[in-house]
Design a protein around this ligand. Structure first.
Ligand code: ADE
Ligand code: ZN
Length: 318
């Protein structure tokens, strides 16, 4: 499946860091990484909260604009290997200098240089400035201000990630209003750890996309609303299975959502944490649901329609 051209809308930059990259950087800085790796050198965690802890511990090694530029280069290189022609990356100003505007500009300048180089070689990308739910609404305001001040270049959207059970989407309304005024695209994680009510609350923020959103399947009326409104779901099946939200590929609701007319798209979330890759997700979906290039092409066209950037042409997916 590597050769099929793909669009990936939901990839966390820090969550895409190969464990070897984080270990190498930690060694350079003589920083102890504690217990985030297993005996084989893979990321190790026990459940979602512990995943967030390991994720943030790995992220603590990324302390300068140049660290982020090096990481982005690794990640975009891998995206290209997986057949991605367009990628949207969640990048948090919180992790890039504590949501301080001048620091964020420095991090962005370093990352944009890398992104521009990869765009020339065929992997276009954009950043979604990401509020971290469990850091709370006040810090999210600072993130939204960073996003609004830098909107229009590589920064194309605002997102909300982190612990879904801490804080309702409505608590982040100020951040979303600020981003909308700056004409940024809007998405939010919802319906991953919490049910349909969390997705409805995220829709109130004015998002056009939902990160995950798979628990919409529990509410047929919501499924109809998502289909009717053309809301795009950024579905990450391997992530849902690795984190235990869905027991197995067969049980994953992506096919039922697609059959109900919902615009589903395929992403990896944090691939090394979940021992997956974009091509692997496609292979597992093909094996499980009998999907062929026809179905995947439709999903990639939906992804392009929902992208927060319009300079990738549809004929690149043919
Ligand atoms: N941050 C990184 N991966 C995430 C996920 N799957 N859910 C919420 N926040 C995240
Ligand atoms: Zn995510």
């Amino acid at each position: 499946m590597k050769s099929l051209n793909k669009v990936e809308l939901h990839l966390h930059l820090e969550g895409a860091a190969p464990p070897g990259f984080i270990r190498g950087l930690a060694a350079e800085k003589q920083q102890d990484m504690g217990d985030i790796f297993d005996d084989r050198g893979n990321y190790s965690y026990d459940g979602f909260n512990d995943f967030l802890r390991a994720y943030e511990a790995a992220t603590s090694v990324l302390a300068t604009p140049s660290d982020y530029a090096r990481l982005l280069s690794e990640v975009l290189n891998e995206c290209g290997e997986q057949g991605a022609i367009y990628v949207e990356l969640f990048v948090s100003p919180e992790f890039c200098g504590g949501a301080d505007l001048s620091a964020w500009r420095d991090y962005l300048a370093a990352m944009e240089e890398v992104a521009n180089a990869y765009a020339l070689s065929g992997v276009e990308s954009r950043a979604i400035a990401t509020c971290i739910r469990h850091f709370g609404p006040d810090r999210a305001k600072k993130t939204a201000l960073c996003a609004a001040e830098t909107a229009g270049g590589w920064v194309a959207g605002l997102g909300l990630a982190g612990a879904e059970d801490l804080g309702a989407p409505g608590d982040f309304a100020w951040a979303y209003d600020c981003a909308r005024e700056a004409e940024l695209g809007l998405t939010a994680h919802a319906g991953e750890w919490r049910g349909p009510e969390s997705i409805r609350a995220a829709l109130e923020l004015g998002v056009t996309r939902i990160g995950h959103g798979i628990r919409a399947i529990e509410d047929p009326a919501l499924v109809r609303d998502l289909a009717d409104q053309g809301i795009t779901l950024e579905v990450c099946p391997g992530s849902n299975i690795a984190l235990g939200i869905v027991p197995d590929w067969r049980d994953h609701p992506i096919a039922r959502l697609a059959d109900a007319g919902v615009r589903v798209t395929i992403s990896t979330d944090d691939p090394p944490f979940f021992r997956t890759s974009l091509a692997h997700e496609y292979e597992m979906l093909a094996e499980t649901f009998g999907w062929s290039e026809t179905e995947f092409q439709q999903m990639n066209l939906w992804a392009l329609d929902a992208a927060f950037c319009d300079n990738v042409t549809r004929d690149r997916l043919k």
